[in-house]
Ligand binder design. Structure first.
Ligand code: CP
Length: 339
């Protein structure tokens, strides 16, 4: 993995096509390991991974733990509600506590946008070798989710060779609460970076117009985009039109916990306008796959029937693929040649 040069994984705006290739190639190798019998590889023996989740999680936290254990790392799980945060400890001091215990990688989820990048800068300035892996920060970024979505789509479009070019010239619709979605932002970087066009659809309150420019400028803090030719981002307010001619649909959770300005009149109204169900799939090409990062509000973003219908829904496959993708990320951060 001599071309890998990321010490931390904060967002996907700095990733090149070669980075995506490296991750997907490695995830493919981990995915091909036997699913029964002894499944541990010695690659991260002696490494300590700390899961610092200041916000709730089911799948991200558990799959990072499983990924670390499959690579023989030791794992510490921090739970905000039984921690010393209630006594006034700051996230920085929590992080430093785990570093003092020998953590090689801190996997951080926090409600504050940019907390993982601030921790990474602090560690770099202090000469600490520990890596930060962002597991979701505020509205900003959820890179490992973007990568597992990319992997799932690449496997769907080209099962024999699920690499970034499997996405080239595909059209992916992302539907719903884009405004609050760090998953959508990470997918915008990853999908356009691999040559797909993204069609966004949602109500204006949850999908501001300027999302069309999201990937047009060089990423924040950079003078050039590491991707030569990105796919386009388009907004289409009509669900029927947005679904026409697309190759895959990604629906997003309505984030009730971040919705503080009556941005939608009611969940029932949202369901009427945007729920993906069997009726609406008639607007699409045949057998269009449907992704959702989870957790799903059943019968709001997508009908329970579609969610459970494996001929359409890739949701369970996304969870399965999260393990080899997160194994790949932990492996790469533990390998050296980092800047
Ligand atoms: N997709 C996702 O981040 O799910 P969790 O909140 O359960 O980790």
């Amino acid at each position: 993995m001599s071309n890998w040069n990321h010490k931390h994984i904060i967002d996907l705006s700095t990733f090149s096509v070669r980075d995506y290739e490296t991750i997907l190639e490695l995830a493919n190798r981990f995915k091909a390991l036997p699913q029964k019998g002894p499944r541990k590889l010695p690659a991260l023996q002696g490494k300590l991974i700390a899961n610092l989740f200041f916000e709730p999680s089911t799948r991200t936290r558990s799959s990072f733990e499983l990924a670390a254990k499959r690579l023989s790392a030791d794992v510490l799980n921090f739970s905000a509600n039984i921690s010393s945060l209630s006594k006034g400890e700051t996230p920085l001091d929590t992080a430093l506590t785990y570093i003092s215990m020998g953590a090689d990688i801190l996997i951080v989820r926090h409600e504050s946008t940019n907390l993982p990048s601030e921790l990474a800068s602090y560690l770099d300035k202090s000469g600490e070798e520990t890596s930060i892996l962002n597991a979701g920060d505020g509205l900003h970024s959820h890179p490992s989710q973007g990568l597992l979505d990319l992997f799932t789509l690449a496997r769907y479009f080209n099962p024999e060779k699920p690499l970034p070019n499997a996405l080239s010239n595909k059209k992916i619709a992302i539907i719903g609460d884009i405004l609050h979605s760090r998953v959508a932002r990470s997918n915008l970087w990853a999908l356009t970076g691999c040559g797909a066009d993204v069609i966004l659809c949602g109500p204006p309150s949850l999908l501001p117009e300027d999302f069309e420019n999201f990937v047009k400028e060089p990423p924040p803090g950079q003078t050039i985009d590491p991707i030569n030719k990105r796919g386009k981002v388009l907004i289409n307010r009509s669900l029927k039109d947005a679904l026409e001619d697309i190759d895959a649909i990604m629906t997003l959770r309505i984030q009730k916990e971040r919705m503080n300005n009556n941005l939608i009149s009611s969940l029932e109204r949202y369901k009427q306008d945007y729920e993906i169900n069997h009726q609406r799939l008639k607007w699409c090409k045949k057998n269009v796959p449907i992704l959702h990062p989870g957790p799903v509000n059943r019968d709001i973003e997508m009908s329970g029937e579609i969610l459970d219908d494996k001929s359409y829904s890739l949701v369970r496959e996304q969870v399965e693929n999260s393990i080899p993708i997160r194994m790949a990320l932990l492996y790469l951060l533990s390998s050296k040649k980092q800047t």
